[in-house]
Structure formats: structure tokens, C-alpha cells
Design a protein around this ligand. Structure first.
Ligand code: MN
Ligand code: MN
Length: 318
């Protein structure tokens, strides 16, 4: 059975520093490929950061993460999951944004993810800034509102920015709830911290039933306990997992636009993902890696490692 799956290039056949970089060294497969229809999980790049309100750069994330992901091997060290032999996945390439138009880019991304949903492919989107998650949800949630486990130092639940601008990386989940893409009572946000403009987002969350687990609570209770509650909140029904790299402390992930101190270390960053197994994950993302601020490349390497963890969880989700 596993012989029919797309396989990463093995580091024993071609060393990992050589070759054309794709996500996880998987084949780049487009819609014209005769085995496109066999794909279950599609790794797709979203090189777009027009929603960024402060320091830009995540548009360069997918390319950098492809390169960093060549470091990843075939087997999970703890769970022993071998995702590439358990589920068929491929690098679907990038969605082309229109860098001169936020509206047109949103439209292109929305159409892309709706079409992917029609093809029966579960996306693992590699950002891009967090606004990219809104069009992803418009596709993935086509059959009804989803639950969501969201790792971030920010809620991204604000109403608007800069004199009424509704579409930024600080607003995607507000829009997603308004559009009926998320069931707020099945949404949990973990790692929230940092100075705030005001508490409008927190008040909105309380009003609609979004559960916010601040960083203080995560550190006080520990990963296992908090993730058990998160699993309880989302239940057995379909969910989306959204992972903003600024969930992680900037000591470990400085390459992002809106870092906040006092966060999880790189082990805790991957540990949370190991509590996602068995959930009904219809889509996931890793967003906000900004290569221009990633002087050592360490943020991209951590990002690639998180993507591998998410792939293992998506593999173990059915
Ligand atoms: Mn975010
Ligand atoms: Mn954030």
C-alpha cells in the first residue's frame, strides 16, 4: 500500500543539502499530474503578507521553509509515526497572490482552497501571514463550521485596524466566526500574551464563547492538562489547527513580525502538537515565519519541525 504513496527523496539516495527544495523533499505535484486525485494531504505555500500590520516578510516564508524542511527525516522520534508511508501527501506548490491587491489576493486564495476542498485534499498551508488562514477556512469549512485549536501569542480576533480595514492578520478569526466558518464554542486559543491595543478582542471572545488559555495558565497547568481541555472543547467533530510561529518565545523564533516575550521554548512548541493525535483534523497551517527577521535560520527550522509534527497528527487523525 505504501508503495503507492509519494515519497520524500531519501537522504541516503541524495544528501539532504542537495537537490531542488520542496516541502519535506516530497514531489511537487500539480493538478495536471495523473495521480493528483490520490493525494490526501496537500502541502501548499501561501507567499502573501498583505495582512501584516507591523514588520513584513512572511511572503518569503514558504520558500525558506521548503529549504529548512530538507532537514526533516522520515520517522517521528517519540510516536514512531512514519507519515509519508501512512498517508499520501505532496507539495502542491504555491498559491499565486496579487501583490498589488489585497482583495484580489483574498479572492484567489479563497477560490484555491474551495477547489482543493472539492478535490478532497486536506491542506497543510505554509504561510504567509495569519490572514492567509481566512481563505483557507473558507475552503475547509465548506461543509459547516469547524472547531479550531489555535496556537498564537495573539487572538487575531480584532474587529478592524487602521480606520476600518477589516482584513489584516489581526482579524482573520473575527471574520471567520462572522462568516460561520468556525463554531466559537469549539475554538480554543493557547499561548495568548503581550501588550494589547485594548481588550476588544478578549471581550468579543468572552461574548461568543471562545476559550482563551493565556500563557500563564499554560505554564501553570502544563501542556498535558491544557491540551486535554483543548481536546474536550473541540470534541470529535471536524477541526482546523492553526499555528502562528509567534506562539513560541522570540529567543527560539525571532523570525516573525510580531514577537512577544515570555513564551514556550522550542521543545514545548513541538510537544503541544503531540496531543493532537486522533482528532478529526481537516486542515492545518503554520504561519508568520518571516525570513528577513530570521538571521540564523533557526525560526524556519523550528517551523519545518512543527510542520512535520502537524503532518504526523493529521496522519494519525483518521
Ligand atoms: Mn496570528
Ligand atoms: Mn501572533
Amino acid at each position: 500500500m505504501s508503495d503507492t504513496f509519494f515519497k520524500p527523496v531519501s537522504g541516503f539516495d541524495l544528501p539532504r543539502f542537495a537537490g531542488v527544495p520542496t516541502f519535506m523533499r516530497l514531489p511537487h505535484v500539480d493538478k495536471a499530474h495523473d495521480r493528483y486525485g490520490d493525494i490526501d494531504i496537500g502541502l501548499v505555500g501561501a507567499p502573501w503578507d498583505a495582512g501584516t500590520t507591523n514588520r513584513p516578510g512572511p511572503r518569503h516564508g514558504p520558500r525558506q521553509l521548503r529549504d529548512a524542511s530538507t532537514m526533516i527525516r522520515a520517522e517521528h522520534p517519540v510516536t514512531r509515526v512514519r507519515p509519508f508511508e501512512a498517508t499520501n501527501m505532496a507539495d502542491l506548490g504555491d498559491i499565486g497572490p496579487n501583490p498589488a491587491s489585497l482583495d484580489d489576493s483574498l479572492k484567489r486564495f479563497t477560490e484555491y482552497f474551495q477547489s482543493l476542498k472539492g478535490d478532497g485534499i486536506r491542506p497543510l498551508m505554509v504561510g504567509g501571514d495569519h490572514l492567509c488562514t481566512l481563505p483557507a477556512l473558507r475552503g475547509v469549512a465548506a461543509d459547516g463550521p469547524l472547531g479550531m485549536i489555535h496556537f498564537d501569542s495573539h487572538t487575531d480576533l480584532y474587529h478592524s485596524y487602521f480606520d476600518g480595514q477589516m482584513y489584516t492578520h489581526g482579524t482573520p478569526f473575527r471574520r471567520a466566526i462572522e462568516e460561520g466558518l468556525l463554531d466559537p464554542k469549539r475554538v480554543v486559543q493557547i499561548g495568548i500574551r503581550g501588550t494589547m491595543y485594548d481588550s476588544e478582542d478578549i471581550d468579543f471572545a468572552a461574548g461568543v464563547g471562545v476559550r482563551i488559555i493565556r500563557i500563564e495558565e499554560l505554564f501553570r497547568r502544563g501542556t498535558e492538562d491544557v491540551m486535554a481541555e483543548a481536546r474536550e472543547i473541540v470534541g470529535d467533530q471536524p477541526i482546523y489547527v492553526s499555528y502562528d510561529i509567534d506562539f513560541v518565545d522570540p529567543a527560539f523564533a525571532p523570525g516573525t513580525g510580531t514577537p512577544e516575550v515570555g513564551g514556550p521554548n522550542s521543545f514545548q512548541a513541538i510537544e503541544v502538537c503531540r496531543h493532537l493525535y486522533g482528532l478529526n483534523i481537516l486542515g492545518a497551517d503554520l504561519v508568520e515565519v518571516s525570513p528577513p527577521f530570521d538571521q540564523t535560520g533557526g525560526t524556519a527550522f523550528l517551523g519545518a519541525s512543527i510542520i512535520f509534527e502537524l503532518l504526523c497528527a493529521m496522519t494519525a487523525s483518521r
